[in-house]
Design a protein around this ligand. Structure first.
Ligand SMILES: [Zn+2]
Length: 299
């Protein structure tokens, strides 16, 4: 593994799997766009891009990386429907017709939320927010295997977890690596806003066995790492978030500002080394609503 600092603001690492003929180039945005990862998977004749970053300026830098490799782009894979993972698609595809792969759930999620995300973020990012909305145009189903330049991409449709629809895929016959999008974060606070935390936990439990054979896990935020360890740590994080919140919630009341403050401090104290602490507060209302419904549903 090598790490080099570019003049640009994307951090770069690469991982070579020579025995199966592919190289993974990992590019990471800065804190302003949530340290989001995008990947270029390079095979003998071509490249595939996994996620396309959030703002035009980051996508242009990713595009420069692709141009330096100097092989044709044969597909883009979108791991889930949050804009830090799909917004750069138009720049990445160079405005050409390229297969943009996801599941139907992910395409529907983008279609349903792209306008509200723009309302929220365009005032902040201005010209750096993309003008056109590009949707996935090649849908895969659960367990589908797509061969791209001789390398098998094996997809699983996870349904709702971190977002309203997530997927993961492994590469090659050896399944040396897995890409999980934001179903797992590494050393970062999770994005809990979509309020699926109970379902997210179920998905993670399933992953513990389903990808137990895969050594290295690549996430949407944070460094790659040991699959079992990272999945288990994500389970612990979400369980902690939920139990800390449950201890503060009174009846059917959402938290007031003082309670939110103390919850945030508690999570920061529990995970002092984690980045993206702005995500803690952002998820409070959604997960509180979930917990209140769970509580009321108990016999
Ligand atoms: Zn993300």
């Amino acid at each position: 593994m090598s790490v080099i600092k570019l003049k640009s603001k994307l951090k770069y690492c690469h991982y070579a799997y020579d025995d199966e003929g592919y190289v993974i180039h990992m590019l990471t945005s800065n804190e302003r766009t949530f340290f989001t990862n995008a990947y270029i998977i390079e095979t003998k004749n071509s490249i595939v891009v996994v996620d396309t970053l959030m703002v035009n300026s980051d996508a242009i830098l990713l595009r420069q990386y692709m141009d330096n490799i100097n092989k044709p782009l044969i597909a883009v894979i979108i791991t889930h429907g949050h804009p830090d993972h799909y917004n750069g698609t138009e720049i990445i595809t160079g405005f050409k017709e390229v297969p943009i792969i996801s599941t139907k759930g992910i395409r529907d999620c983008i279609q349903d939320t792209v306008d509200s995300k723009e309302v929220k973020w365009k005032p902040y990012f201005g010209q750096d927010w993309p003008e056109h909305k590009i949707l996935p145009n090649q849908l895969v189903i659960d367990s589908e295997v797509v061969n791209l330049d001789g390398l098998d991409y094996s997809f699983r449709d996870l349904g709702a977890a971190e977002s309203s629809s997530d997927l993961f895929f492994t590469l090659g016959e050896k399944r040396s690596v897995v890409f999980v999008g934001d179903v797992v974060f590494n050393n970062m606070h999770g994005f809990m806003n979509d309020g699926n935390s109970a379902q997210w936990l179920k998905v993670l439990q399933k992953l513990l066995t389903e990808i137990a054979d895969v050594k290295l896990l690549f996430t949407g935020h944070g460094d790659p790492g040991d699959t079992h360890q990272l999945v288990q740590r994500q389970i612990d994080y979400i369980s902690h978030y939920r139990s800390n919140l449950r201890a503060i919630i009174r009846g059917n009341q959402l938290l007031n500002d003082t309670q939110k403050q103390s919850f945030e401090q508690l999570m920061m104290a529990n995970y002092p080394e984690f980045q993206l602490s702005s995500f803690i507060k952002a998820g409070i209302d959604a997960v509180s609503q979930e917990l209140i419904v769970e509580q009321n549903d108990k016999p």
